[in-house]
Design a binder for this molecule. Structure first.
Ligand code: SF4
Length: 263
């Protein structure tokens, strides 16, 4: 760059997942940062409720939300990983379907990326870009906003919560392996066709005849059957307990769960 070339302005970017926290952050910052750019990395496996909510949010914000797509779809990357379904320890889906599309969208531009981690959450570090031209900013943490504040922001805007919150605790792919057992039941009930599609992915077999499943506890049908037979367990859906604490895999650090997909 020669001396006469004006420096490119820093871009302000806010990634929306269709979850409550990033949506509330977009509303919170709408008038504070007028040149904010919004984006949504669409995995191609999003819930219809998520896509609907992103449209509503776009209307509310009065600006387009850039829809980012991965270079290839989930099935392509699944084959690339020898049909091993992603899991909390092998989160190739997050990297290929969420993180890389974001980094490609940014390119070499200097960017401030606004992240919706709340003040009442423990520190989370998982799956944020580490590119040197991408700086992260945590307005809710800096301004001390907690879960109640986020709910208030969404209610006051008139948007409320995305509809999937009546049966599922987070945004993300319909087949996301982070779902609790009761949420698979919710998928079967609310989107039977998506549930069947998720089941089809479990049919891949290697030479030993092993069936790959979304959850270590068994196939989806086994998980759903057990959850339906355990009414006491199902009642936990309505307990006033942090939903993120109710993940299916007790070995996974819940605070590291799919940060980029679900905020
Ligand atoms: S929502 Fe779940 S399945 Fe989808 S990309 Fe994120 S971690 Fe992977």
């Amino acid at each position: 760059m020669n001396d006469e070339t004006p420096a490119k302005p820093v871009r302000h970017l806010l990634g929306l997942s269709g979850g409550k926290d990033s949506s509330a952050l977009a509303i919170y910052l709408r008038d504070r940062i007028p040149d904010m750019e919004y984006f949504f990395a669409d995995t191609g496996a999003e819930l219809p409720e998520t896509l609907e909510y992103i449209d509503l949010l776009e209307d509310y914000l009065g600006k387009p939300i850039a829809k980012l797509n991965a270079r290839r779809d989930f099935d392509y990357y699944l084959k690339l990983h020898n049909n091993y379904l992603p899991s909390p320890r092998q989160r190739w889906c997050t990297i290929n379907l969420k993180l890389l599309p974001f980094e490609n969208y940014v390119g070499d531009d200097d960017v401030i990326s606004y992240i919706a981690i709340r003040a009442d959450e423990p520190a989370r570090a998982g799956y944020l870009s580490t590119k040197p031209n991408i700086k992260t900013c945590f307005p809710f943490k800096e301004d001390g906003l907690n879960k109640e504040d986020i709910t208030h922001i969404l209610e006051e805007s008139g948007l409320g919560l995305p509809k999937y919150y009546s049966w599922r605790s987070r945004s993300g792919c319909y087949f996301c392996f982070f779902q609790r057992h009761e949420e698979w039941v919710g998928l079967q009930k609310n989107h039977p066709e998506l549930y069947e599609r998720a089941k089809e992915y479990e049919k891949s077999e290697d030479e030993s005849g092993k069936i790959y499943t979304w959850n270590q506890a068994g196939t989806l049908d086994e998980i759903v059957s057990r959850a339906q037979l355990a009414p006491e367990k199902k009642k936990t859906m309505s307990r006033p307990k942090k939903l993120i604490d109710q993940l299916t895999d007790p070995d996974e650090d819940p605070d590291d769960a799919c940060l980029i997909c679900t905020l």
